[in-house]
Design a protein around this ligand. Structure first.
Ligand code: G3P
Length: 214
């Protein structure tokens, strides 16, 4: 399972990368706006830090404009993946960019048929937002399971990128179901190696060592 970090903060990206487990980065307009930096410049800084896929979202909402914006974003670096919304316009842009050999990440996916359609259009990644489905009393992990089943039924190669992950249980569920990738905020990544029994056990080992060997 690949792990991406969901941030536009360079320090968080460096820290996650230092952990030795980072495969890529996802950004969106909200995350880059939060940093208060230039949109294109930040994308290029991230691409210099991380060799894996870096998702760069288009701002356009009409397919023709999405296509030209996507082509521009793809010129930033060889590891850019153009992020497009899972709309009909996004679908057209996905097909055109995929035909050009540009990788796409179809974002804002909330139901399994959006995932089926974007896979047919050649998407490299689909991003179901599981936390936001849970927010409206849906079942986000069930959405991942449905997409996994559909892709497996037809051998569709689009990778499932579980997004909007809010806590470690989401991550466990996605790994059990077989999501190909998860994109996770840094605060949640840090929780993945935490267990109180690890801390207590380590303290005891060190105390026993000190008592016996000084
Ligand atoms: O990658 C999508 C993600 O940024 C959305 O997360 O927590 O805003 O729903 P959230």
């Amino acid at each position: 399972m690949d792990l991406y970090i969901d941030t536009a903060n360079l320090d968080e990206i460096r820290q996650a990368s230092d952990m030795g487990v980072l495969d890529g980065v996802t950004t969106n307009p909200s995350l880059i706006a939060k940093e208060g930096v230039d949109y294109g410049k930040r994308l290029s800084e991230i691409c210099e830090l991380v060799p894996g896929p870096v998702s760069a979202e288009v701002i356009a909402t009409e397919s023709d404009k999405m296509i030209s914006e996507g082509r521009e974003r793809a010129k930033i670096a060889g590891n850019i993946v153009v992020k497009l919304p899972s709309t009909v316009d996004g679908l057209r842009a996905c097909k055109a960019l995929s035909d050009d050999g540009i990788k796409t990440n179809m974002t804002l996916c909330f139901q399994p048929l959006q995932a089926l359609m974007v896979a047919k259009a050649g998407a490299f990644l689909v991003s179901p937002f599981i936390g936001r489905v849970d927010d409206i009393s849906g079942d986000g992990t069930e959405l991942i399971a449905q997409i996994r089943q559909i892709y497996d039924n037809y051998g569709l190669p689009t990778k499932i990128l579980a997004a909007s992950i809010r806590h470690p249980k989401h991550m466990v569920d996605c790994a059990m179901i077989g999501a190909d990738v998860a994109t996770v905020p840094f605060d949640v990544i840090k929780m993945f190696m935490k267990h109180p029994l690890t801390d207590v056990g380590l303290e005891k080992f060190l105390a026993d060592y000190k008592k016996a060997f000084g």
